[in-house]
Design a protein around this ligand. Structure first.
Ligand SMILES: [Zn+2]
Length: 311
């Protein structure tokens, strides 16, 4: 397989671009040497996660309802040879997602009459290679979590592109923030250690409360001054995340299945807030008064706070 063959596939992918072609098999989105692949309600990886996401799929700017599944990338050796094809799913570690993206690669290759006679590898292989180069492999091989953390950089992801993914590593609850446009952009959330020093979901405990708070803090791009919280919870009132997190825990985090992975998109949080959070009537959500001080009614968050009104 050489660059000519890759070009044939990229060319076909451009005619099957999900942004312009309404036909069912048009689920591609080629960018340089990568082909992004979108899952649709009728054609997606066979996992409970994706089943759960189907009702929420919307076309957005594209031609059909869909969710971003990941990409495959031609890895060129030198100028002309394709050395291998790398599959990069959005949901890390999902064998079903890798297989599904692989099937999209295979059908595109067949339609372009190209034989993929090079290795097709999961990105985690590439990641492990990079880790080796960085001489950080020692000790991390057995420990998937530290590998995750090593690669986790604090990317800036626009709120409307964010997806929250809760899953377990070695029995420990982790939350990953992903971009629904770019699988290279992601990071792990750390507990803010205000309610608990660990995440959880599926009950009304402190770990679920911590999850609700940290997801909203990330969603609103806020931080809480933990040292001030020891003195008075009043310092948390200007925080949109803080005033809404108990409601969010009850409405969303508590309803998740304990012990199972889950996905909540930024759009779902936006819709949930629109339906459930109560905007402060006094400041119309701005959080400030005409004199520039925090709104005296909501305390500065712009939302009516249960915390504030419960005496
Ligand atoms: Zn207000």
């Amino acid at each position: 397989m050489d660059r000519k063959h890759a070009e044939l596939m990229l060319q076909l992918a451009r005619s099957l671009d999900i942004a312009v072609n309404p036909s069912a098999e048009a689920v591609y989105d080629p960018r340089d040497d990568r082909v992004f692949v979108w899952a649709t309600p009728d054609d997606h990886p066979r996992t409970a996660l994706w089943e759960g996401m189907v009702p929420g799929m919307r076309p957005g700017r594209l031609t059909k309802p869909c969710g971003f599944a990941g990409y495959f990338q031609f890895d060129f050796a030198g100028i002309d040879e394709v050395y291998r094809v790398i599959i990069h799913p959005v949901f890390r570690g999902s064998v079903e997602d890798v297989d599904w993206i692989h099937s999209k690669l295979t059908s595109l290759a067949a339609a372009a009459e190209v034989a993929v006679d090079v290795p097709v590898v999961n990105f985690s292989v590439v990641e492990a290679e990079n880790a080796l180069e960085d001489e950080i492999r020692r000790g991390t091989e057995r420990d998937r979590k530290s590998l995750l953390e090593t690669h986790s950089r604090k990317w800036r992801i626009p709120t409307e592109e964010k997806t929250y993914y809760g899953f377990y590593v070695d029995g420990e609850a982790e939350i990953q923030v992903l971009s629904n446009r770019d699988p290279d952009a992601w990071y792990l959330l750390s507990p803010a250690q205000i309610m608990s020093d660990e995440f959880g979901w599926g009950d009304n405990g402190r770990a679920s409360q911590e999850t609700a708070l940290c997801v909203l803090l990330d969603y609103f791009d806020e931080t809480l001054p933990v040292e001030k919280l020891d003195t008075s919870m009043r310092f948390a009132l200007p925080s949109k995340a803080f005033v809404n997190h108990t409601l969010f825990r009850k409405g969303m985090i508590e309803t998740l299945e304990p012990g199972k992975a889950w996905v909540i998109t930024g759009r779902q949080i936006k819709e949930w807030l629109e339906e459930n959070a109560v905007v402060c009537a006094s400041c119309a959500g701005s959080g400030t008064q005409p004199d520039g001080l925090y709104c005296a009614v909501c305390g500065g968050s712009g939302y009516r706070s249960d915390f504030f009104h419960v005496s």
